[in-house]
Design a protein around this ligand. Structure first.
Ligand code: URA
Ligand code: SF4
Length: 266
């Protein structure tokens, strides 16, 4: 009974944390836009995050931030393989998006992550910094992670396309097709326990479906053997918090519960 009470108290605390972290934008609550209308990556604010530390699935016996040699061979190998992909991306001209990019954004985080978050594509700030989710949507993503006791350093964050589409438009199918092999290889290397798709384009691409995000969110799908939970993009939550925040919080709880379940079985 005490255990149950503690769980409940935790839940309430977490949801209050998350629910109070959103932003209200000047146009929130107006219009009939759907999440698919919402362009992602409208970044106007930097995030100075310390990404020097990593935590690992294998042992987790060192505090984050401690500079030391990696704990496992597999971590080392994964880091190296991801580095090779990042180099290929840096030189890539497989689609027209390379022309407009300042910096490619391969992704970042723990090479041995249990959970991967996949967005649509770099926005303005991401293009400038060469890092994923570092603008306002990124700041909210960081808070969403914190609400379920995750840090950016322990997960891996990336996008469907690695170069910024002009004016943050949705990437075209030929661009997505050209870039998808990089993401596929990243997933194969990291071998996450769970993938979370942020927004319709990510969910549609990964799950090879035309079903809209409002239908598919909050369900557990599969990419190969890997469970996939789609949810709304944090940029959608920023623009229309009243509409999306509750659903995203529910999806995060689903993610957290599934993660606990999978971890207890490993
Ligand atoms: N929106 C995205 O989809 N990805 C980013 O990296 C930033 C904003
Ligand atoms: Fe290459 Fe992807 Fe950039 Fe297109 S978006 S140029 S496929 S890395």
């Amino acid at each position: 009974m005490d255990e149950l009470k503690r769980e409940l108290a935790d839940l309430v605390r977490d949801s209050i944390d998350f629910i109070t972290t959103g932003y209200r934008t000047s146009n929130s609550g107006h219009g009939e836009n759907t999440e698919d209308d919402i362009k992602t990556g409208k970044s106007d604010e930097d995030l100075s995050l310390n990404v020097s530390s990593v935590s690992r699935r294998t042992t987790g016996d060192k505090p984050p931030g401690v500079q030391s040699e990696p704990y496992s061979e597999s971590y080392n190998e994964k880091e190296k393989s991801l580095g090779i992909i990042a180099e290929e991306i840096a030189n890539c001209q497989k689609c027209g998006l390379y022309k407009g990019r300042l910096n490619p954004v391969a992704g970042e985080g723990n090479p041995d992550a249990d959970i991967m978050f996949i967005g649509e594509g770099p926005g303005e700030m991401e293009d400038i910094k060469g890092r994923p989710f570092v603008g306002r949507a990124g700041k909210l993503l960081t808070k969403m992670l914190a609400a379920i006791d995750l840090t950016r350093e322990e997960v891996f964050i990336t996008n469907i396309v690695k170069c910024r589409p002009p004016n943050n438009r949705t990437p075209h199918p030929e661009e997505v097709n050209a870039c998808f092999p990089y993401l596929k290889r990243q997933i194969e290397i990291i071998q996450p326990l769970i993938i979370c798709c942020l927004g319709g384009p990510a969910a549609k691409t990964l799950l090879n479906t035309r079903v809209g995000i409002s239908k598919i969110r909050g369900t557990v799908q599969k990419f190969g053997e890997i469970p996939v939970i789609p949810t709304y993009h944090p940029a959608a939550v920023l623009r229309f918090p009243d509409k999306y925040k509750r659903a995203v919080w529910n999806d995060l709880k689903l993610l957290r519960d599934l993660y606990k379940e999978l971890k207890s079985g490993t």
